[in-house]
Design a protein around this ligand. Structure first.
Ligand code: FPP
Length: 282
């Protein structure tokens, strides 16, 4: 007799799987205080959950997963908590990198690495280097990440490269973001019940679908993932177009200029003709 595993929700109902899921992992502190534990214990439990969530999304065919682990604003938390989060980043790399690598996961970082200690920066860089050719899923860890800081960094680099205003369009701008080689997120999940974006992927989330759950991050499990993916599969995405004209796929039309032009190159084509974001938002 052939053994069958129990059918997953995804086996029955999913019609579309998002290519890129991004998650605001919130609620570690509340999870811990409900149990009389320290906030640091909550972050440890949250870190444990990351491994399970990566595997679950990879199994469901998601190609890109971006996790908001530490924001540019989080430096303002108590010193003890900031130190614990920095230590956790190092530990999670030490403990998980080989398993991630064996499972075909490519690791990326989004944000600014420079305020981290040289040792921690090196650890992150080595993990990125080790996994750079893996193709099953790309996991981007947003650590010391802020959407506004990212946009400012892009503007600074555009100015430093000497680009004139007429050469800057959406495709060029995108190529200066930390996420230049990633598709925009299709689905942004926030755990722990808050309904705000908290400076996460501000540019990239223009047409993302949002999903919020009251579940605290350490408890966000495979059943929760299936629920989020099911809700997403029933969303109608329009990318600013009317229903009848909406593209059948999940992807907006590609920007006219997708690559950074070499400094001194001819200006790109005028913007507006073929841009996916040309119509008013719906
Ligand atoms: C929010 O919980 C969580 C974070 C500060 C980011 C998520 C961090 C982890 C999952 C652990 C660290 C991960 C890595 C990769 C180092 P909160 O403290 O804001 O919860 P609260 O709102 O209930 O207080």
């Amino acid at each position: 007799m052939v053994a069958h595993s129990a059918p997953r929700l995804t086996d029955k109902k999913l019609t579309r799987v998002p290519t890129h899921v991004a998650i605001i992992m919130d609620g570690n502190g509340r999870w811990a205080s409900q149990r009389g534990l320290s906030r640091q214990a909550g972050h440890r439990a949250g870190t444990e959950n990351i491994r399970r969530v990566i595997e679950a999304f990879a199994e469901r065919g998601v190609e890109y997963l971006t996790l908001f682990a530490f924001s540019t604003e989080n430096w303002g938390r108590p010193r003890k908590e900031v130190d614990a989060l920095l230590r956790l980043l190092g530990r999670v790399i030490n403990r998980e990198i080989n398993t991630l690598h064996e499972n075909g996961i490519r690791l990326r970082h989004v944000g600014r690495l420079n305020p981290l200690s040289p040792r921690l920066q090196k650890k992150v860089q080595e993990a990125i280097e080790l996994t750079k050719n893996n193709r099953r899923m790309t996991v981007s860890v947003a650590f010391n990440y802020g959407g506004r800081a990212e946009i400012l960094d892009a503007v600074r680099r555009i100015v430093a490269d000497g680009l004139t205003p007429e050469r800057i369009d959406e495709g060029v701008f995108r190529s200066y973001l930390y996420t230049a080689d990633l598709p925009d997120p299709d689905l942004i999940i926030r755990t722990a019940g808050e309904l705000r974006i908290s400076n996460f992927l501000l540019w990239q989330s223009a047409y993302a679908e949002y999903y919020a759950t009251p579940t605290y991050w350490p408890d966000f499990d495979a059943a929760e993932i299936d629920r989020a993916l099911e809700v997403y599969s029933h969303r109608q995405r329009r990318f600013g177009l009317v229903r009848a004209g909406a593209r059948p796929s999940d992807r907006p039309p590609p920007p006219k200029t997708a690559r950074r032009p070499p400094v001194g190159a001819d200006p790109p084509l005028a913007e507006g003709k073929d841009s996916g974001d040309r119509a008013a938002s719906s």
